[in-house]
Ligand binder design. Sequence first.
Ligand code: PGA
Ligand code: ZN
Length: 433
Amino acid sequence: MTTRIAAVRGRRVWDSRALPTIEVEVSLASGALGRAIAPAGASTGSGEAVDLRDGGADFGGRDVRRAVAGIEEVISPALAGMDAADQAAVDETLIELDGTADKSRLGGNALIATSMAAAHAAAAGRGVPLWRHLAGDGEPGGLPLPEIQVLGGGAHAGRRIDIQDFMVIAIGAADYPTALDWTARVYHAAGGLLSEAGLLQGVADEGGFWPAFQSNREALDTLMRAIEAAGLRPGEEVGISLDIAASDFGRAGRYRLGREGKELDSDGLIDMLLGWCADYPVVSIEDPLAEDDIAAMAAFTGAVDAHVQVVADDLVVTDARRIEEAARQGACNAALIKPNQIGTLSEARAASEAARAMDWGRIVSARSGESEDTTIVHIAVGWASPQLKVGSIARSERNAKWNEGLRLCSALPDGAALPPADRFPWGRTASVC
Ligand code: PGA
Ligand code: ZN
């Protein structure tokens, strides 16, 4: 076996929010090496695998020395001698070693970094790129369509505006590099507009601008003007995508919009969002209601136009069973796939396959706390995910991912091609709202 694991090392490294995180290094007997770094969320779903932190005073209790010790003392001896190419066996071992339903003993962060590092090591041992290794017998197509943040809010920007992500999707772009070009133009235009208006406060956690808006509609208006100022046609070339992250400002049917001084019930929030869909070219909305408001999520999914993608993040937390359950209830029509929400690559893949089987859209996604790690780009390509979300097109922990996609353009069978428009809800109807 050329992919036999010789050693597993855990290391404490730094993420994009100046917080410690975990890097795992898996070395094979052949000398091949794989490394991966765990990302971290800030607006997390309650059902996510536990991100194991030390507690105490250091770094707000967010240090990872315990999780690193678990890798060295528990994970490393158990994985030594196993086949890194047998991802299912590696991941089953990790799940058994942890032994808890929420991965709180060893930590979902330790598990996902190990799981991804094993995949990297196996690919290196086989002498193939990671996307090819992850694709297995499947035939990967081209690159995923980017979903990119322009304005940041919510938990990532001191709650200066309620909505977390104001993003764009270059729905009319012919290929991946063009999608990035168009988005960068919109990003610069938005920055110019905000600075002229004296509203610019810096950048939020994922690299999008952090503006001093008085209302959420002001953000939507700015995004529209930025698309136009970039010389692009809103709704035809570039669509608007929102992550409401409603679990962060509401639960059990009560939502508090701090910026607008409003309290809404579920129907009120649904009406507000449907109003935005009517007035702006919104093509995708994530977490429109809180994770515990599933009936309202189903009502929203039924009420919104068929060409709008309704994305489940906190509701399904990359868990195949939760995706199947949400689909049965008619809540949402696409799943965000964040491997660290569930803790191993095999379980994240099962979630992706469950979404595909339910005829849902799939968006592989980074977290707000990131690093130079580009594994998710290879995951998106290897698992033929039609979309990828990694934050903005500024700051290197984000552009490490977009740039890795550019590198893959020359390696993939379909080159820089994006999935055909009819793979997406907005491409299946003649008009966009
Ligand atoms: P998080 O947010 O990574 O901070 O959880 C991203 C998202 O909600 O999609
Ligand atoms: Zn989200």
